[in-house]
Design a protein around this ligand. Structure first.
Ligand code: NCD
Length: 305
């Protein structure tokens, strides 16, 4: 149970029971988010964002404020001693643990959140570690699926786009391993899903297929999960240039989807979903943004409450 869990570093830290508990608590937070509460009054959350963020940081802050807690941190590494003066991550953590009750960290290096947790006496939540993982995004994605489709077991889902460097699809793929789902992995060949994630899904007994065109990915599924090609993670920008714009979901492509299918995206989008798609009944990515607040309220309350 997460009540006894100190950190949230990998989605693999959670059992199916833990995930279901977080999703139940997230649903209860819908009302608390409107009324606000004082459940975490006196608690302080430190947000250490070494990489850009809009939704993750602001939804964590909004979640903490709605629970009566306080927030400090930096959103730009250049203004911190880690960026400006070369302070180590270990020293940054050993400092911030004296100012706060929980640390939310985003960092460009794989393994960074795990390292932070090793040096921290207070709980650490991974808000994105390199191209490796983004566990709280996976939880809000599952919450969105459950809310919008009424269930997770029994659904079929296509994970589309940059499955190599995209951390959200790594965490979501592993989270889905706890459920009875059919998964299509939809990526241009150079951006195929990490073998370790495929192994995890297959070992759990999921029906997994790989396809390399978006058109194939859109047909016969309940959920289309689009992602951005992660330009900043390519070792050579020419590789990115060769792949950019390959997957574009426009009105014509939406026509290939089931009428009751939904489109999710962790956002930000670049050009992979045309703005004209936003007004279709399938487009649910801005509703998914709201799930970020209630899911993070549930996570903070289970860790600090
Ligand atoms: C994602 C991330 O940071 O990994 N954004 C988010 O947290 N919603 C997705 C991305 O940057 O493409």
């Amino acid at each position: 149970m997460i009540g006894r869990l100190h950190n949230l570093i990998s989605i693999l830290d959670l059992t199916r029971q833990d995930i279901d508990l977080i999703l139940e608590h997230s649903a209860k937070m819908e009302q608390v988010a409107i009324k606000k509460s004082k459940d975490l009054e006196g608690k302080i959350m430190a947000c250490l964002f070494f990489e850009p963020s809009t939704r993750t940081r602001l939804s964590f802050e909004s979640a903490m404020f709605r629970l009566g807690g306080s927030v400090l941190g930096f959103a730009d590494v250049a203004v911190s001693s880690a960026g400006g003066k070369g302070e180590t991550l270990a020293d940054t953590i050993r400092t911030v643990e004296r100012y706060a009750d929980v640390i939310v960290i985003r960092h460009n290096l794989d393994g960074s959140a795990r390292v932070a947790a090793e040096f921290s006496k207070i709980p650490v939540i991974n808000a994105g570690s390199g191209s490796e993982e983004h566990p709280t995004q996976a939880l809000l994605d599952l919450y969105s699926i459950k809310k919008l489709k009424g269930k997770i077991d029994g659904i079929s889902i296509s994970l589309c786009g940059d499955l190599k460097y995209g951390r959200t699809v790594h965490s979501l793929g592993m989270a889905l391993s706890h459920y009875d789902v059919t998964v299509k992995l939809v990526a241009p060949p150079p951006l195929r899903m990490k073998p370790a994630v495929i192994a995890e899904m297959k070992e759990a007994g999921l029906r997994v297929t790989e396809v390399d065109t978006l058109e194939e990915g859109l047909k016969d599924v309940d959920v289309v999960y689009m992602t951005r090609i992660q330009k900043e993670r390519f070792p050579d920008v020419r590789e990115y240039d060769a792949l950019k714009g390959k997957f574009r979901l426009g009105l014509k492509e939406v026509g290939l989807m089931r009428d009751d299918a939904i489109i999710l995206h962790p956002l930000p989008r670049v050009d992979e979903i045309d703005p004209e798609v936003d007004s279709t009944p399938q487009a649910k990515y801005f509703e998914q943004v709201h799930s970020g607040v209630v899911t993070r309220m549930a996570i903070l309350k289970l860790i600090l409450g």
